[in-house]
Design a protein around this ligand. Structure first.
Ligand SMILES: [Zn+2]
Length: 205
């Protein structure tokens, strides 16, 4: 597995908790030495425009440092998707997150929808027809769901269960979804962890 990461993701780009100091370091420490790291390029405006309206893009652009880091995160998702498409699993260790970013609005510490930008790029390039988007974050990815509503491009799945075995079983069943898909795009929010709000999953999950 390749880990997509850039030193710029250490930067504190705004005052929300997702941008706080010290959050990336522990993840880098856990992955370093076990996986090879690759750097992303920022997503282009064309990449963003496949998902977001011009007014939204221009709104984020007013804050130049934020715009730069948000484009780099979306570019990280693209790099992970391209690596996976070439046959090697990939993990985009990026921030800001994206699943609360809709076409024309955003909230919840998200700015651009990283997963959707990556999926739409693979589709636009004719590499895939459909993705299964598995979002195991504690919170529902309203942005991702809004982007792909009534669309054949992605199946959005956000598992919910009261127990850890039931949660993992739901994911297994989702992966066996009868609708064919070409790639699995995971919104990997870690707030379902036993030591976080979700209080459900173990590190090995
Ligand atoms: Zn969350």
């Amino acid at each position: 597995m390749k880990v997509v990461f850039h030193d710029r993701f250490y930067e504190v780009y705004t005052s929300d908790p997702a941008a706080a100091r010290g959050r990336m370091e522990s993840m880098v420490k856990a992955l370093e030495g076990k996986y090879s790291f690759v750097e992303p390029e920022p997503a282009s405006e064309r990449d963003l425009a496949r998902v977001h309206g011009q007014a939204h893009i221009q709104q984020i652009r007013k804050d130049a440092p934020l715009y730069g880091i948000a484009r780099l995160a979306a570019g990280g998702a693209i790099r992970a998707a391209e690596t996976a498409f070439e046959g090697e699993p990939a993990f985009g260790l990026v921030r800001p997150p994206g699943h609360h970013a809709s076409p024309d609005s955003c909230w919840g510490f998200c700015y651009f929808n990283n997963v959707a930008v990556a999926v739409r790029k693979l589709i636009a390039e004719g590499k895939i027809e459909r993705a299964l988007v598995l979002d195991f974050d504690l919170h529902y990815g309203d942005g991702t769901a809004n982007i792909f509503v009534n669309s054949d491009e992605a199946i959005y799945f956000h598992p919910e269960a009261a127990t850890r075995p039931a949660f993992l079983q739901k994911i297994e069943r989702a992966l066996q979804c009868p609708t064919p898909y070409d790639i699995v795009a995971v919104s990997a929010g870690f707030d379902r962890h036993r030591e976080d709000w979700g209080d459900l999953l173990a590190t090995e999950d």
